[in-house]
Design a protein around this ligand. Structure first.
Ligand code: NAD
Length: 484
């Protein structure tokens, strides 16, 4: 299979916060990989813009070091890195002052796509948007890209939306959720809407329940104080898990275009029922012999912020009434593994008798590691001895299916940045979607805060608190194992 890389239009991409952690770890190495693949035009320019005092030569050195450190997958040589770096520039700009803005304006070219990546704290989004307009830097086709967190509740998200809307049209605003840039997540849409096989079964009549798990092995050490102000619900559920839930649950859009897809996702969020506290389990990891507990990491011995959460969500619409969506995410769990599992109902009648056991089909979609899909099907155990049934996976690991080409699959950031340049908003969150997600999340958080709910303990590197297992057990179900 030969890979097809279609170069994008010529562009000037300004990365505000171009010297920061996210830019060095993800954005710049990602752009370098797109350069190596031939997707980035030779004339395109990347302009680092940040408060720190650097010149272009120093910025290029920062980026060279970042590529070496964070772009292991690529076998490009020093000469290629050198050519890529020639496309980079640096301007010192203060988001909160007037310094540097005229220099930036003078640097920008006319007649090319202009994109501005706000890789800075959200408190600076409004300032950047205002100054880009005040200094005549952004034209009406310019795009801005904003990072998470997009607010910490409905009120702050509304305020951010308003601050941006004063200066940019919604069609110019790209709110990144990098989960949407993952290959498997898009494949989920291809599998659902490109095959006739699944869609007729994709409803409460045939689907028993759905599990969405995003498990991490890392704790919050190092950024504990920052994390303690948000917690798993704000940090992961409101954005990433909610987006995954939307893609699984949404109705087929009439077209694969930005507003058609986002309209359908929005309907799912609006159809989510409120959750009572019996269907929410929050947890905090305990200390090990050598590692601190969550509360020690957070620097607050009485912290009530959750490093783990499990929820049972119900969607009030014709397709999903009665089918639970179980969501869970947490830090310091037993493996780094993200997965969506669609667990189908048992066959209505077993012709093989009781001893054949129960065998449900499960479609599991792995987001990390080893992106791919597996469909568990029931077959006869080979050999003599009667009709014994076993479950085997029909496995489609992308690495196996695509061979060497799997190495060339762009990572989420690469793909999303190229979508910005192409002007395709399909995989970005619209303002009303983000607000709807907060409108559902806020009352849940308020309710546990009002009850002074204390998170349950869980062993570090386990599957989370026992209560999360009990929540499913009460309903005759169990979580899938968290494993790599
Ligand atoms: P960082 O602190 O490492 O970098 C911040 C950057 O902003 C620096 O380049 C700094 O020079 C610049 N900056 C700060 N104040 C400025 C000002 N007044 N004017 C101009 N530039 C200024 O932060 P980061 O970790 O790179 O995060 C950037 C954004 O991305 C944040 O919104 C963060 O929430 C989000 N984010 C980060 C990650 C990550 O992995 N680091 C992941 C997801 C989202």
């Amino acid at each position: 299979m030969a890979s097809r890389v279609i170069p994008v239009e010529d562009f000037d991409l300004v990365i505000f916060g171009g010297t920061g952690d996210l830019a060095r770890r993800k954005i710049l190495p990602g752009l370098y990989r797109r350069f190596c693949s031939g997707q980035m035009p030779e004339t395109a320019r990347i302009i680092g813009a940040a408060r720190s005092e650097h010149d272009t030569a120093e910025f290029r050195q920062i980026v060279r070091d970042a590529i070496r450190e964070f772009s292991k997958k690529n076998a490009c040589d020093d000469a290629l890195i050198g050519t890529f770096l020639e496309q980079l520039h640096y301007v010192q700009v203060d988001a909160k002052g007037e310094d540097g803005w005229d220099d930036l304006r003078d640097l920008m070219r006319k007649d090319v796509v202009k994109a501005y990546y706000f890789s800075v704290a959200p408190s600076l989004f409004g300032d950047l948007a205002e100054r880009l307009q005040a200094h005549g830097i952004a034209d009406e086709d310019a795009r801005i890209v904003v990072e998470k967190p997009f607010g910490r509740d409905l009120a702050s998200a509304k305020k951010l939306n308003q601050d941006l809307a004063k200066h940019f049209d919604e069609t110019q605003i790209y709110r990144i959720d990098h989960y949407l840039g993952k290959e498997t997540v898009q494949n989920l849409m291809a599998v659902r809407f490109g095959n006739i096989l699944f869609e007729p079964l994709w409803n409460s009549q045939y689907v028993d329940h759905i599990q969405i798990t995003v498990a991490e092995t890392v704790g919050v050490g190092g950024r504990g104080e920052y994390y303690d102000k948000s917690g798993a619900m704000r940090d992961m559920v409101q954005n990433h898990l909610m987006q995954l839930l939307c893609l699984i649950a949404m109705e087929p859009p009439s077209r694969f275009n930005p507003d058609a897809v986002r309209d359908e996702k929005l309907k799912v969020i609006r159809a989510l029922e409120p959750i009572d506290h019996h269907h929410i389990v929050r947890g905090q990891y305990d200390a090990t012999e050598t590692e601190p507990s969550y509360r020690e990491d957070a620097g607050d011995p009485r912290s009530r912020t959750e490093s783990f959460i499990a929820l049972r969500c119900m969607i009030s619409n014709w397709r999903w009434a009665g089918t639970p969506f179980y969501l869970r995410t947490g830090k310091k769990l037993k493996a780094r593994a993200s997965e969506i599992a669609v667990v189908f109902k048992d066959a209505p009648h077993s012709i093989f008798g009781e001893e054949a056991g129960r065998h449900a089909n499960v479609l599991s979609i792995r987001l990390q590691p080893n992106e791919g899909m597996t469909l568990k099907v029931t077959i006869k155990e080979p050999g003599p001895g009667g009709m014994r049934l076993i479950d085997v996976p029909l496995d489609m690991s992308f690495a196996d299916a695509l061979g060497e080409e799997a190495d060339d699959i762009p990572d989420a950031y690469e793909r999303l940045i190229m979508d910005v340049i192409r002007g395709n908003q399909t995989l970005f969150m619209r303002g009303d979607e983000v607000q709807a997600a907060w409108a559902w999340t806020d009352p849940l958080i308020e309710s546990w805060e009002a009850r002074s709910d204390v998170p349950k303990h869980y062993d570090a590197y386990s599957s989370g608190p026992e209560d999360a297992a009990m929540m499913l057990h009460r309903e005759g179900r169990r979580w899938r194992e968290i494993k790599e």
